[in-house]
Write a protein that binds this ligand. Structure first.
Ligand code: AMP
Ligand code: MG
Length: 317
């Protein structure tokens, strides 16, 4: 069983693995990541193989402190500094011009690189001990639900990774917001853990690509993704009359409902709490062998934008 507690000894072993070119699963505040030395192309290739991820879908590079950004990107300006001061460590990924040391396998041939500093002690510790930035996508098979617990990684990738560091449940539970910065302005490539409204306080209006699919510089923004094996259907108003269905509810319903076939994201409709429970609830429902998961639509504001993005992509499989 490759799940390891985050002890000094185990972190040292994981870091030694990274230095040797192995891939390691580790917790962050968003979801579990599958990490490799971002400067070692052969190690990074193992991530694509383990996840069965197409090589056209670039990875996010994780760093341990703001200074390390200079290693990863050749670009800096006062807005970038302001954004990193406000949101790092945290679930904001910036897409910037890459530096020459970042291999093209990480960026899928692009001259830009996605980078963030996770807000998680264990992740930071692992990056520091490895002495290198970590290229790390979510630790799930390509297209499947993202993992928010070590067990989720074990279930789906247990045969592919030697070490899964256990950090308990991920606090944010949904992936980072991805913001591209270029001379043409700011573009939201993926809604996520930091609401776009908060970023706009610094950047001004951000271009939002509604279906997030046709930005040529972001080949990974596929229309389907994050999907459980069970079909998902999104509804504004849930009726509980489908016997073989199970239900993903945004908040506690007023009347009776089939409790054994339902997951509630947040009893009183708190969108941040709902986002943090989204993937673990979907993992549980996906194990129930229901004919369909009927998901209640959530209000599209703040974290609700990221939740609806994930539900729509999951429902398109
Ligand atoms: P994941 O690592 O699974 O959270 O996915 C990372 C996402 O970041 C992918 O969907 C990519 O499309 C996006 N991404 C990574 N690098 C870049 C880049 N250089 N330009 C645009 N999008 C990127
Ligand atoms: Mg992913």
């Amino acid at each position: 069983m490759p799940i390891y507690a985050p002890t000094d000894e185990n972190l040292e072993r994981a870091a030694a693995g990274i230095k040797r070119g192995d891939i390691i699963a580790f917790p962050t505040e968003t979801v579990y990541g599958l990490g490799a030395d971002a400067l070692n192309p052969a190690a990074v290739a193992k991530i694509f193989e383990a996840k069965r991820r197409p090589f056209f879908d670039p990875l996010i590079v994780h760093i341990a402190d703001k200074e390390q950004l200079q290693q990863v990107s050749s670009e800096t300006n006062s807005k970038i500094i302001e954004l990193t001061e406000r949101f790092w460590p945290g679930p904001l990924t910036l897409v910037l011009q890459k530096s020459h040391i970042i291999p093209y396998i990480v960026t899928s041939g692009l001259d830009t690189v996605a980078c963030r500093m996770p807000d998680h002690k264990i992740a930071i510790e692992l990056i520091e001990r490895s002495g290198t930035p970590l290229a790390a996508p979510s630790a799930n098979p390509f297209g499947y639900l993202s993992p928010t617990k070590a067990e989720h990684v074990l279930d789906r990738l247990g045969d592919e990774v030697d070490i899964i560091i256990d950090g308990g449940e991920c606090r944010v539970g949904i992936e980072s917001t991805i913001l591209m910065i270029s001379d043409r302005g700011y573009a939201l490539l993926r809604p996520g853990g930091i609401p776009v409204e908060a970023i706009e306080e610094i950047t001004g209006k951000i271009m939002i690509n509604r279906n997030m699919t046709d930005i040529p510089s972001s080949p990974g923004q596929l229309p389907y993704h994050y999907s459980p094996e069970t079909k998902i259907r999104i509804e504004d108003k849930i009726r509980f009359d489908e016997e073989e269905a199970c239900f993903l509810l945004y908040r506690s319903p007023e009347g009776d409902y089939p409790k054994e076939r339902a997951e509630i994201l947040s009893e009183n409709g708190d969108l941040t709490e709902a986002a943090s429970n989204l993937f673990s609830s979907l993992h549980r429902l996906d194990k129930m062998n229901c004919s369909v998961i009927i998901a209640e639509a959530v209000p599209e504001k703040g974290p609700g934008i990221a939740i609806m993005d994930r539900l729509r992509k999951a429902s398109k499989k």
